[in-house]
Ligand binder design. Structure first.
Ligand code: NAG
Ligand code: NAG
Ligand code: NAG
Length: 303
């Protein structure tokens, strides 16, 4: 399913949308500045600005001229996840007959020139989007060693250049809360697993109990999932209502592209939780949950 909501949350689509807004709203190709404004824009010097923290200068080019310049909405800090696709955007206005080159700063290696690839490493390609005027350097699959600064250059005279920093992370699953939880018999097991994704290519997040995949349609009932996706993380919440002792076990959250995380769940009854208190000092948890569930039941009954 690909709803409008997912569409907007898809970071690539969002980037495309964001890139389209100024292009369609301002029609910059035909935009003529009033003389007074045009006179106030720097003339002889190219705008050289704000050094990225890495010490790499951006040479934007002069906006609103007939010469090529970079769109200042282009992100210059990109994070990707190991094994997935990294996309480094470079949006050039008024490119004309000039070429866009992507260079790896570490070794000054020319990766792409125009739409051609100049490296034997087949993971590098350039994707040109005529509509958004983007020249996207794609690295697929991206590896740790790819982290660093890449520069988008346009062969104007003098040339303009946009350094883009690529960060590469391991995708990790993390289950919120302690690594061992005690749940009162009859109450709800609620587990929240967060995966940092930095990609639209999230993959499925599966749940297992003691190495068996969870069955959401089992006759047991009361097992459900809630999934929330944002451009940087996916959250999968597992709910098991009316927990019984047989629901105890090792619950694993296993994303398709990331290391799994697990939590040990013990379903106990009231008397047992007292025993737990002496042993582990966590008995307040089941007691409190019991009280909360009790309150919820009371409220439900009162309706
Ligand atoms: C770039 O992104 C990384 C990872 O998201 C972050 O740690 C870093 O602080 C960012 N740098 C800047 C200058 O925003
Ligand atoms: C747990 O609750 C179920 C009903 O929710 C009940 O049938 C069962 O006896 C309870 N088990 C214990 C050990 O209290
Ligand atoms: C829980 O299960 C996972 C695999 O599903 C395993 O890697 C982990 O060691 C288990 N933890 C315990 C405490 O048994």
């Amino acid at each position: 399913m690909y709803s409008t909501r997912n569409f907007i949350r898809d970071p690539m689509m969002l980037a495309v949308l964001l890139a389209l807004i100024p292009a369609t709203c301002s029609g910059e190709d035909s935009l003529e500045l009033p003389m007074s404004l045009a006179a106030s824009t720097p003339y002889n010097s190219l705008e050289e600005s704000d050094v990225a923290q890495s010490g790499h200068h951006i040479i934007w080019g002069r906006p609103n001229t007939k010469d090529a310049y970079f769109d200042d909405m282009t992100p210059t800090n990109v994070t990707a996840v190991v094994g997935q696709t990294a996309r480094l955007p470079c949006r050039v206005i008024n490119l004309g007959q000039k070429d866009v080159t992507w260079i790896r700063k570490r070794d000054i290696h020319i990766l792409t020139l125009g739409v051609s690839t100049y490296t034997s490493d087949a993971r590098f390609t350039v994707v040109r989007n005529r509509k958004t005027k983007e020249w996207i350097l794609q690295i697929s699959p991206v590896a740790f060693r790819d982290a660093g600064v890449y520069e988008c250059q346009v062969s104007t005279s003098p040339k303009i250049s946009l350094p883009v920093t690529l960060n590469v992370e391991v995708q990790q699953a993390r289950i919120q809360g302690p690594s061992e939880v005690y749940i009162q018999n009859g109450s709800t097991i609620s587990l929240t697993c967060v995966v940092n994704t930095h990609s639209e290519n999230v993959g499925a997040v599966s749940w297992f109990r003691n190495a068996n995949s969870l069955d959401y349609d089992s006759p047991r009932g009361g097992v459900s999932l809630e999934i929330e996706k944002t451009p940087i993380r996916t959250t999968s919440k597992l709910f098991i209502t009316r927990a019984i002792r047989a629901d105890s076990g090792n619950y694993t959250c296993a994303p398709e592209f990331a290391d799994a995380a697990f939590v040990i769940v013990h379903v106990v009854n009231g008397e047992e939780s007292a025993a737990v208190q002496t042993g582990e000092g966590v008995a307040l948890v089941p007691r409190l949950q019991c009280a909360v569930v009790g309150l919820a039941l009371l409220l439900a009954a009162a309706r």
